[in-house]
Design a protein around this ligand. Structure first.
Ligand code: DGJ
Length: 724
């Protein structure tokens, strides 16, 4: 998998090859990333040429053909003659800002590396290449980590900086990944949006200049996702060369792409340099988070399959990696803050006979939490609402045959809380500046261990007080006025990153103390839906928008990187709280089943017919959740094209089973005849469709399946295929 020969480093996965070379003067050049090639030195592709205004490093002497600005760099520098996007920027004690790297050494480790305190794809299989570069003037070593997940076609990267010199330096920028392409004719796809409409794909050809997507909100954000695709202009689901890059990080990030002057392209991805400055004293080190790369020459479906499999099997950790997820009912949309134990029991009692196995009590159970203006920070049960506390409520839920789950928002505090009154300095505030509230709450300084310990202590007592199987970890505002009372002025540039490390630290502690608890991430829906969080929370609430038709778009965009088993999705009441739209219970079920699946409504109001449908839905999902969550996922249409329907399909790894789901748009008179071409089946097998007939796989894929004519708005159909 890893070949190292005379400064040439070649990484092979099953279907891809990545290569770099320590070239003249020790500059580490990127020679290739793409479909697998047999081997050999690909540096013949690099042109050495004298280009106007392209400067030459001192070692090159009279050699004007060698310029950092012209050649593809493996980890780009700045201030020393490469004017494209930098990966590294160091501030030396004299105030200069630059970086200059030369190759020194390498080592190979026989398993995939891990990163302390940070999320990372896991071994034990896989190999690691560490290439050590040095910035001699700064006294800093830059260790480039490459993890090779051969079977998954994933190459991970991380970067560790070590100050081996005698002087302090400041790290102003340290990207996780730099990837140079010797071509500019690429499309960039980013996944953008807002609260209640997250991760909508935006695709555009690169034009000269820089395009950047990122976040300075303290979280990865609803607005831009730390996952991007670069691809051929004509790449589609089933054809074309494409590259995906995902950052395993849940805080400020930047994914920037530059189409540069010689029609080359550079992608740089990592912690956003805005608000970031990390002092590195002699002997200290800093680790930039992991990024994961994947390349497919067969279009987006293959790219997604590779990310999905790697995330399911190598990022999500035991015991949840392959474990079936429970069907849940959550009370939030039904009650918001107005509930008591009896109201919760009413919802749980109506849900239990319908095959729902987990009851989740959302926001409002603690402190003086009757509105969103009070209570956050006081993680003790409000006994006015829940007399006898969880000790009384949970056994009643368990007696219904249901497990119990609970909502928390550990990172936040309301000023109207005991915690804030006792410790006003624990919330982020810049001295002398006014407060900035979001949803009437302030953000706790999770860069501080004492703050985390206190909050976690209270949460741990609550989580230990009853049999709790699930936790929804919410986070409902972006960060502002970020300043830590615990750090001196010259270290305030660390705070945003230390905050993320603090969140990860507490999540890790919770995982350790309560290994059986399923943690679902959430940030006002999908404001922190990233590969970093998935290392700690195997599923994430996809969006606060539960409207089935909007969800088609959100779940479609999310699926490019993230597997169905990670997408929190619920059936909610109609008219929908976000859109006012009414969609049938059948269609709401079909859409929510393309996720973790659950309900978020008061089922005691359900009619007899609805109850019967819900019973069928939970039984169907429970029977087929292995296929739905572990199967290969095919997007059969793009909901953003406003075609007559949105369709998708899951196919079991052995291709003996498939589930096809179709949701129509608005109905029209005299609709056209529509045949849906299926994907991923075994052409040589014959399949029954919903228990009937015998259709060869090749016919279903090449000729298609006849869809019924829509008779009403937003009708849906599901077809279960099994090989005979
Ligand atoms: C935002 C979440 O996304 C909702 O599901 C709900 O938990 C509310 N917060 C509660 O405040």
């Amino acid at each position: 998998m890893i070949l190292c020969e005379k400064g040439l480093f070649t990484l092979h996965t099953k279907n891809t090859t990545y290569q770099m070379k320590a070239g003249d003067y020790g500059v580490l050049l990127h020679t290739y990333y793409g479909p697998r090639v047999s081997g050999g030195d690909l540096s013949y592709l690099i042109r050495y040429t004298d280009r106007s205004f392209a400067p030459n490093p001192e070692e090159a002497g009279e050699n004007r053909l060698f310029s950092l600005d012209v050649m593809p760099q493996e980890y780009s520098t700045c201030g020393m003659g490469d004017y494209r996007l930098p990966s590294l920027e160091l501030e030396l004690p004299n105030g200069s800002r630059s970086a200059d790297l030369r190759y020194r050494d390498f080592r190979v480790e026989k398993c995939k590396y891990a990163l302390e305190g940070l999320p990372a794809f896991q071994g034990p299989e896989g190999e690691t290449l560490v290439i050590v570069l040095e910035d001699a003037a700064a006294g800093v070593d830059v260790e480039l980590y490459y993890g090779v997940l051969e079977d998954y076609d994933i190459i991970t990267r991380a970067v560790r900086l070590v100050n081996r010199g005698e002087n302090p330096v400041k790290v102003r920028r340290a990207a996780s990944l730099c990837l140079d392409f010797r071509r500019g004719n690429l499309d960039l796809i980013t996944f953008d949006g807002k609260h209640v409409l997250e991760r909508c794909p935006n695709r555009a050809p690169l034009v000269p200049g820089i395009r950047s997507a990122g976040s300075v909100r303290g979280t990865s954000s609803h607005q831009h996702n730390p996952f991007v695709i670069l691809c051929d202009h004509d790449a589609g689901e089933d054809h074309g060369l494409c590259y995906g890059a995902a950052l395993l990080y849940s805080g400020n990030f930047e994914a920037a792409v530059e189409r540069a002057q010689f029609d080359d392209t550079r992608l740089v991805m990592g912690i956003h340099p805005c608000h970031f400055c990390w002092p590195l004293a002699p002997g200290e080190s800093f680790t930039a988070p992991e990024a994961a790369l994947c390349c497919s020459k067969d279009g987006f479906t293959t790219l997604s399959h590779r990310f999905h499999r790697a995330i399911r099997e190598r990022l999500i950790r035991d015991p949840w990696a392959g474990r079936p997820r429970p069907v849940l009912i959550n009370n939030w949309e039904a009650t918001e803050f107005s509930f008591d134990a009896e109201r919760l029991m009413q919802i749980a009692e109506s849900a239990a006979p319908m095959g729902i196995g987990l009851f989740v009590m959302d926001d409002g159970w603690f402190g003086a939490r009757d509105t969103d203006e009070a209570g956050l920070g006081d993680w003790t049960v409000n006994e006015r609402k829940l007399p006898g506390g969880l000790e009384a409520l949970v056994p009643r839920i368990k007696a219904l045959g249901m497990d119990f789950g609970i909502w928390i928002e550990p990172e936040m505090v309301n000023e109207d809380s005991r915690l804030y009154r006792d410790h006003p300095d624990w919330a982020f505030q810049i001295p002398g500046r006014p407060k900035v509230r979001g949803r009437q709450q302030l953000v706790l300084d999770f860069s501080r261990k004492d703050v985390r310990d206190s909050v976690y202590g209270a949460l741990k007592r609550t989580l230990s007080s009853a049999e709790i199987s699930y936790v929804k970890w919410d986070m409902n505002r972006s960060l502002a006025t970020v300043w830590s009372a615990a750090l001196p002025p010259e270290r305030q540039g660390e705070v945003y990153h230390r905050y993320v490390l603090g969140v990860y630290d507490m999540l890790e502690q919770m995982r350790r103390d309560f290994p059986g608890i399923l943690i679902e991430g959430c940030s006002g829906g999908g404001g922190r839906f990233d590969a970093g969080m998935l290392y700690y929370t195997p599923q994430i609430w996809c969006s606060d928008n539960t409207d089935a038709i909007d969800r088609l778009h959100i779940q479609y965009g999310t699926s490019f990187c993230y597997p169905v088993s990670t997408m929190g999705a619920h059936v909610s009441a109609v008219p929908n709280a976000q859109t006012g739209r009414s969609v049938s219970i059948e269609t709401r079920g079909v859409v929510a089943m393309n996720g973790t699946f659950g309900y978020e409504m008061d089922l005691s109001w359900a009619t007899g017919e609805e109850q019967e449908i819900i019973r069928r839905q939970t039984a169907f999902f429970t029977e087929h959740r292995g296929l739905i969550h572990q199967g290969d996922y095919y997007r059969l249409s793009d909901p953003f094209q406003n075609g007559p329907y949105t369709a998708w399909e899951q196919v079991s790894p052995d291709k003996r089973e498939a589930l096809v789901s179709v949701v129509y748009g608005t109905a029209h008179g005299a609709p056209p005849f529509l045949d849906l071409k299926l994907k991923g089946l075994d052409p040589a097998l014959r399949y029954q469709v919903n228990g009937e007939g015998s259709y060869p796989g090749d016919m279903l894929m090449e000729a298609g399946w006849p869809l019924p004519m829509a008779w009403d708005d937003y009708q849906s159909f599901q077809y279960y295929l099994s090989a005979i």
